[in-house]
Write a protein that binds this ligand. Structure first.
Ligand code: BT5
Length: 266
């Protein structure tokens, strides 16, 4: 059986027939790019592209995503009926789906705004959402998910080794990547239904229950050309991080890197 039929079967065992094409590639530049191409050709919502490895895997802002074989590289196409302001909730929904999916494989992960899935502070998975908008709405959103399944951190350069982890490194067991893919897709469809039915606030609440607990603590956010220090207060319905600045104003942060500051740090 080929890999896409196998994944389709795993999904069928968990629920209804997957509603769109599933494309499995032995190698891709970036699964997000392949799926963006399919989206331009009119691909259906929930179309999936998976690659066994990527030669140009990307993180946000053009960063490199380490994409050796043995891990999961997956992109799924959504056409959410959401206003553009709610786009920021999609990475949270995807992160939540990943967090729930990996718990099936014995990994207790935590979510870090906006798109990290961590275990004991090490990165297990990342999410890259790339959307096109139409008027005030979203035309399509390609949700890219990378999960380290079999990766051996010690085989990476030392600077990466101590910052990453994988399902194998956490559990000592090698999970089937397609099994992880089916768990992620099934969980994503549940999160997405909740988003449509109950609205972004419900997804944000669920996300917060799995998030790193730094609320009420000092953080630093580094974005494009700015640095903001303040107290992390929460996440709003659009998925923006709310940081209370020195003047006591709640500043919604749409993108950036956040780190917790030690209380004594000036
Ligand atoms: C992300 O970016 O975390 C988004 C990663 C999304 C990858 C998926 S794979 C399928 C789809 N196709 C793609 O081309 N991309 C998506 P960001 O928050 O910018 O984090 C990037 C940073 O994570 C890098 O600068 C490294 O420090 C670290 N990193 C790179 N590869 C990693 C890996 N395999 N595991 C853990 N950390 C990694």
């Amino acid at each position: 059986m080929d890999s896409s039929s196998r994944l389709r079967g795993l999904l069928r065992a968990r629920g209804p027939e997957w509603p769109a094409p599933i494309e499995y590639l032995e190698s891709a530049g970036s699964t997000n790019d392949v799926l963006k191409g399919r989206a331009r050709e009119g691909a259906a919502e929930w179309s999936v592209v998976i690659a066994a490895r990527q030669t140009a895997g990307r993180g946000r802002h053009g960063r490199v995503w380490i994409s050796a074989p043995g891990n999961l590289y997956l992109s799924v196409l959504l056409r959410p009926a959401l206003p553009r302001e709610s786009l920021g909730v999609l990475p949270l929904a995807a992160g939540l789906a990943v967090c729930r999916a990996v718990s099936e494989f014995g990994v207790a992960a935590e979510l870090k705004w906006p798109n990290d899935v961590l275990v004991r502070g090490r990165k297990l998975a990342g999410v890259l959402v790339e959307a096109t908008s139409a008027g005030r709405g979203i035309e399509s959103a390609v949700v890219g998910i990378g999960i380290n399944v079999g990766l051996v951190p010690e085989e990476l350069p030392p600077e990466d080794a101590e910052r990453v982890t994988s399902i194998a490194a956490e559990t000592g067991a090698v999970a089937e990547t397609l099994g992880v893919a089916s768990a992620v897709l099934a969980r994503l469809s549940v999160c997405y239904d909740a988003l449509a039915r109950e609205g972004p606030a419900a997804v944000v609440q669920a996300w917060l229950r799995h998030a790193v607990t730094w609320w009420g603590r000092p953080v630093e956010v580094r974005g494009d050309g700015y640095t903001l220090r303040g107290i992390a207060r929460g996440v709003d319905e659009g998925g923006a991080l709310l940081v209370e600045d020195a003047a006591g104003h709640l500043v919604p942060v749409l993108s950036g890197e956040v780190s917790a500051l030690r209380l004594s740090q000036p």
